[in-house]
Structure formats: structure tokens, C-alpha cells
Write a protein that binds this ligand. Structure first.
Ligand code: IVH
Length: 678
């Protein structure tokens, strides 16, 4: 053993302290914050120096050194651990009535509701872990297993930076057990999966599977590279009176406590908490599958005791599952407005994320091949919040008796034309344009849409009939329709036909931006259409524009500029515009206000929350057309805040500062008043 002189020992001690600090800091920057400050090589140099020094002076190794977080060599198996007190599961409730039942049972047992307070916590979708500390040092970590016997995962848990290896002096000296949930953040999961994909390694299906697959690793060096995190939610016999104060103590000792935990006085308050959490669910950087509600008083917990497998003092209120397993019955190929042929899976209907889903897009053949999906397969379907349902993987227990490959079509399912996959794209495409009924139907629906020509009453069933009957062969034919044409169609009486003709006639003088958007020029969305209308003021100017001129417009890049030039240089499109003109379509140029007339000149506006009837970009462009500056943050200089559903801190700040707050309806009113929208 080395025998350093006192001075040398002091120097080494100092260097080691510094090295540990630096390594921990850079570990945090790399793993937790995803913003490393030094290169991997520089990190390795620091870490290796630490390992070298500790190898030379083993008596100076401290239990909380970062070197203690990564085990040396892989284990051959995970040892069994018998839990001192079983790790129980929770009774589940699904609705308000069952939640009230839980409260009533407790009150009945206690014969009183006095001093009853509930500790509400997000139910983290991860894996339960038991951490044992002796003399403030982490000595063992174990999985839940079957509740009585788990597996020793100390080597892996030591790599998780959220979990303290050594507790401060304020923690008790003897035995201590902390329980909580190991999970993977959504952002950590996404980053890890993209890294695995770029290395050609199989990716994980979701953060929970990734955490589960990682925590039982035999090689802790692999675990160390995975972004696992931890929230504590309980501790063994603590001597505290309340769970809430015990958890606060844990936080003081360095254990992460979920910031959203809250005390609630009764089931009504718990329900309010549940609703609030459901709204936030999709914005959180970790997955939750419900709320855990526990009696806060530990004495009351003891009084209530346990049923066979669950405590009487806690329940899990389950949120609707966001991931379920169902079966793919068939795959149909649908043709969109631009001719892209998309595979759509017809599913055995299933309840997920709060709705029943029976179809899901598979996007393209590459996606089908990536997922290795066959007909009859059991798949995992995900629908979180309001997002479109997505097939994320073939289910792990997929046992398809009769697998059948999904064959891409060679002919368009709508017009029978050739379907081709361009070399540089992943999509199959039909190139028949308006000669393909499916593309024509979708183009008419887009043309008639609210942000486009806003033709009221032109729904999909009607458009299908108009195309099938041959009355519509192209968009301008809309303006040639007559009362007799419409009245013979299904579900069309005289009045509805007259109304439709009136709506079509009205659309002839829609705004120029609406018309540009309605044309469906590739890459030209609502915001770009508004910018083009504002810049050129007429269709003629736009038709003649070169890419150089288009590039001068803010927010228009090279790809969009080229698409616009290509569109207007096609003789077919020039003919289309001629036809629109001859049937009397005369888009109205936008009102261009001189700076002196700019009604909102000198004002700063902020948009926050969701706008439901228009894109945020459109609202921004229109506000700017009225002379306002549109900013992203609220300050004393803000003139008006437009707040929609989901508005949060910006709205609070505006209220605090006494700033005028408008809703979307008022904003639309302003735009209408100035002729910017109809
Ligand atoms: S308390 C006896 N609190 O949910 C009470 N559990 O079915 C034990 N979970 O296995 C658990 N978040 O893995 C509790 N805030 C939380 C939780 C939580 C997630 C998990 C835990 C447990 C399961 C209970």
C-alpha cells in the first residue's frame, strides 16, 4: 500500500475532491442536461485520472465518488433479495364513484373524517425500487419482483445520478429504506433511441420498456449510458407523523421528490387534482399512468392497515391507457390530394387515450418494413392526448397464426394509373393529378376549406357524388354548377342546393391569400399564402416572380421558392388560372395599410395558448399587417395579450401587469373589422 507523506496526501486529497466535482458536473451536463461542455476524450481523461489516483490510494476512495457509480465487470446473474417488508401493489379505481367509495370506506373504518388528508402523487410509469442505506451509505437496491422477493440491482442503481450513494450527516445513522420509481424521461428516451438507431442498434418501444430492459442489465457499463432517473415516494419506518413531512426530509437528503405532489382535504379535491394532472399529462417530460392517493397521516395508515395484497390507505386512480394492443385486420391504400398513396391499417376497434380507434395510418412502405408488420399481427397502438393514433411496434407476445405480407399496390386504387415510388422519396405516388378521382375529391375539399375559399356546405359526401357523376372534372367546374345539377343529388333539396350555389358564388371574391392557399401549391401553407398575398398584392405579380424575388420574402426558403416557380411555370396550371378567371373568380387583394393608417402602429401584442380557428402564424401576419409588433414574451411594454385555451404563465403575468387580454373571438372581430378575414 502506498504511504504518501502528509503534504503529498493533502495534495492528492485536494486533487481527488476537485476531480470528483468535475466528473460529477460533466456527467450531469452530458446525461441530464444533454449539453456537454467538454469532448468525450476530455471527459475520459478526467475520469481515468480519478480512477488511477483511486487505484493508487484506495484508502482515499469515498463512497460518493463518481467512480463508484460504474461497476467493473458484468455480473453473471442477478441475486435474489427478500424484502424486509413486502412491496405491495395498489387497488385501482377508474372513476369518481370508485374514488368516493375509497374515501367512504376509510371514514367508516375510522368512524370519523376529522384530520383526514390525502397525499396525491403522479403515478410514474416506471419500475418500483427499494433502496437500502446503512450508516448513510447505499448498500442495496432491489426490484419489486413478486412483491416478496426481488432482484439485486445495486450495480445498476449506482449508475443513476438521481440516487444518492452517500447521505448527508443529517440523515439517520442506522438502517434506512427508501422506495420510489425508476423511470426514463421522454426526452432522454428520444435522444437514446436516436443514438441507438444511428448505430444500427434496435430501439426501444417506449420509455417504460427501455427502463425495464435497462434495470436488469448484468453489465452496469451499459446501464450507465442509459438516461435513467428516479422519484422517491416512500420510506420505511421513519418516525415521522406524516408522509408529506417524511418525503420533504428525503428531498433534503438529496432524493428527488416529484414537484407535482399535493395535499388534498377530500375526494373532491383529489378529483380536481386528477383533472389538473390529466391536462398537464402530455406536457410532462415523463410518462404517468394515473394518480396515487395516500392517507397522509402515518398513524392513520397504520390504523387502516392492509387487505390481502394492497394497503387500505392508498389507491391508484388510473388514467385511460395511452398504449394498447390490438390486431391489424387489413391494410387499405388511400390516395391523398397530392397523389401520395398511404397505407392505412384497419384495426380491431380498441379504446385508447379516451376514444375508440379503428384505423391508423402506416405512413409508407418503409414504415411497414421498419416495424416488420404483417396482416393479422398484434400491434401496440398509441394515442396520447389529441394526437393521431400511431402504431409503434408489433406486440412482444404477437402470435399470428397466419402471417400475410402487406403488398404495395402497383396501380392506383382510385384511378388505376401507375403507382411509382420516387427514388428520393419514401412515398408511393399516383401521377394522374386531377384525372384521378381521389386526388380531385381531396383537392376540392381543400379548395372549399375554411382557410381556403370557405365554401359552406361542400362536404365530402357531396364532393364524392359531384366527382362520380362527372359534374366536377376540375376545380373551376364548381363555378359552372347549376340548381338542376345539385337538386338530383342524394340528400340535396332545393333550399340546400340554392344555399350551396350562393356560397360558391360568394367565394369568387375571397381574399387573395385564401385563393393562393386554396390552389394547393406544394409547400405553400396558410402563413406562406398570406405572406405572398401581402408581398405581391395580385396574382399577376406572383405568377411572374422569380426564385430570387421570392427569396426576398421573410420565411420563404429555397425549396418553397422553387415549388412556387415550378407551379406557375406549368402550362396546365396557367390554363387552370385562366379558367378560374373566365368563370369569374376574382380574388381580392389584401388591404395594405400605410404606416400612418396602421391601427396597431407602435403596439406590441403577444399570442398565448391555442388558437382554434386560425394558425398562429396567420394571426401574427395579420396583426403585423395592422402595424403591431408580435412578441413571444409578456413585459410591461406589452399592449395586448391574446389568450386561448391552455394559456399559462404568460396569461398570469399579463393579469399581474394589468395588460388588456383578448380572446380569439375578439381577435377575429378586429381582423374582420379591417377586412383582413371574412
Ligand atoms: S406507492 C403500497 N407511489 O405503482 C404503496 N407507487 O401499483 C406502494 N408507482 O409498484 C406504491 N408511482 O411501481 C406509489 N407515486 C407513487 C407511484 C407508485 C408509480 C408504481 C409503483 C408500484 C405501483 C403500484
Amino acid at each position: 500500500m502506498s504511504d504518501p507523506s502528509t503534504k503529498e496526501q493533502r495534495d492528492i486529497q485536494q486533487e481527488l475532491t476537485l476531480l470528483r466535482k468535475e466528473v460529477s458536473y460533466h456527467n450531469q451536463r452530458y446525461h441530464q442536461e444533454d449539453s456537454p461542455e467538454i469532448t468525450d476524450d476530455q471527459f475520459d481523461q478526467l475520469f481515468n485520472r480519478l480512477l488511477q489516483l483511486e487505484a493508487k490510494f484506495p484508502e482515499l476512495v469515498t463512497p460518493d465518488s463518481p467512480s463508484q457509480r460504474v461497476g467493473a465487470s458484468p455480473l453473471s446473474t442477478l441475486e435474489k433479495v427478500v424484502h424486509a417488508t413486502p412491496m405491495l401493489s395498489l387497488e385501482k379505481v377508474n372513476d369518481e364513484k370508485e374514488l368516493r367509495g375509497f374515501e367512504e370506506r376509510i371514514i367508516k373504518r375510522l368512524s370519523s373524517s376529522a384530520n383526514l388528508t390525502f397525499h396525491c402523487e403522479p403515478k410514474i410509469d416506471g419500475l418500483a425500487v427499494s433502496l437500502r442505506y446503512k450508516n448513510r451509505q447505499l448498500v442495496q437496491a432491489a426490484t419489486r419482483g413478486n412483491g416478496s422477493v426481488g432482484e439485486d440491482i445495486t450495480h445498476n442503481v449506482k449508475t443513476i445520478n438521481d440516487i444518492p450513494l452517500q447521505l448527508p450527516d443529517s440523515a439517520p445513522d442506522g438502517d434506512l429504506e427508501v422506495r420510489g420509481e425508476i423511470y426514463m424521461s421522454r426526452s432522454g428516451f428520444d435522444l437514446m433511441n436516436s443514438q441507438l438507431a444511428s448505430q444500427g442498434v434496435k430501439t426501444f418501444v417506449n420509455p417504460r420498456n427501455a427502463a425495464a430492459g435497462t434495470i436488469r442489465q448484468l453489465d452496469a457499463r451499459i446501464t450507465a449510458k442509459r438516461p435513467l432517473k428516479f422519484f422517491s415516494y416512500g420510506l420505511g419506518d421513519s418516525g415521522f407523523a406524516h408522509l408529506s413531512s417524511a418525503l420533504k426530509k428525503l428531498e433534503n437528503w438529496g432524493f428527488p421528490l416529484n414537484p407535482l405532489v399535493k395535499l388534498c382535504d377530500d375526494s373532491a379535491a383529489c378529483l380536481h387534482y386528477i383533472h389538473e394532472l390529466l391536462v398537464q399529462r402530455d406536457q410532462l417530460d415523463y410518462e404517468i399512468d394515473g394518480v396515487v392517493i395516500k392517507v397522509d397521516s402515518l398513524a392513520t395508515q397504520r390504523l387502516l392497515g392492509f387487505n390481502a395484497r394492497t394497503p387500505r390507505w392508498a389507491i391508484a386512480f388510473k388514467f385511460p391507457a395511452e398504449e394498447v394492443v390490438t390486431v391489424i385486420n387489413s391494410v387499405e391504400f388511400q390516395v391523398g390530394r397530392t397523389g401520395i398513396v398511404t397505407p392505412v391499417a384497419r384495426l380491431q376497434p380498441v379504446f385508447v387515450g379516451g376514444v375508440t380507434v379503428s384505423n391508423a395510418t402506416l405512413h409508407n412502405m418503409d414504415e411497414i418494413n421498419r416495424l416488420q408488420i404483417q396482416l393479422g399481427d398484434k400491434i401496440i397502438l398509441r394515442r396520447a392526448g389529441d394526437v393521431i393514433p400511431k402504431i409503434i411496434a408489433v406486440a412482444p407476445d404477437n402470435k399470428n397464426g397466419n402471417p400475410e405480407s402487406i403488398i404495395p399496390p402497383t396501380a392506383c386504387p382510385s384511378c388505376g394509373g401507375l403507382v411509382i415510388k420516387d427514388t428520393e422519396s419514401v412515398y408511393l405516388r399516383c401521377y394522374q393529378g386531377m384525372a384521378c378521382p381521389a386526388q380531385l375529391i381531396q383537392s376540392v375539399l381543400h379548395f372549399a376549406g375554411r382557410a381556403a375559399m370557405d365554401i359552406d356546405g361542400l362536404g365530402s359526401k357531396l364532393v364524392e357524388q359531384l366527382v362520380e357523376s362527372g359534374l366536377l372534372k376540375g376545380l373551376p367546374d364548381l363555378y359552372k354548377l347549376e340548381l338542376d345539377d345539385l337538386m338530383v343529388l342524394e340528400r340535396m333539396g332545393k333550399k340546400s342546393s340554392e344555399n350551396l350555389l350562393e356560397a360558391i358564388a360568394l367565394s369568387k371574391t375571397r381574399g387573395l391569400a385564401n385563393f393562393i392557399f386554396a390552389l394547393g401549391i406544394p409547400e405553400v401553407g396558410e402563413a406562406t399564402a398570406i405572406a405572398l398575398a401581402k408581398h405581391f398584392g395580385s396574382l399577376i405579380g406572383l405568377q411572374k416572380a422569380s426564385t430570387e424575388i421570392l427569396l426576398e420574402i421573410e420565411d420563404i426558403g429555397a425549396v418553397v421558392a422553387q415549388r412556387i416557380v415550378d407551379y406557375f411555370s406549368s402550362s396546365k396550371n396557367q390554363e387552370l388560372l385562366q379558367q378560374f378567371q373566365s368563370v369569374g373568380v376574382q380574388p381580392v387583394p389584401p388591404v395594405v395599410l400605410s404606416p400612418s393608417k396602421a391601427v396597431l402602429g407602435g403596439q406590441t401584442w403577444v399570442l398565448t395558448g391555442t388558437l382554434e380557428s386560425m394558425e398562429r402564424n396567420q394571426a401574427k401576419t395579420l396583426l403585423e399587417a395592422l402595424g403591431a409588433k408580435v412578441s413571444g414574451s409578456v413585459s410591461a411594454k406589452t399592449s395586448v395579450v391574446v389568450a386561448g385555451p391552455g394559456a399559462g404563465s404568460k396569461l398570469d403575468k399579463a393579469n399581474d401587469l394589468g395588460i388588456t387580454i383578448l380572446n380569439e373571438e375578439a381577435l377575429r372581430g378586429l381582423f374582420k373589422e379591417h377586412g383582413l378575414i371574412s
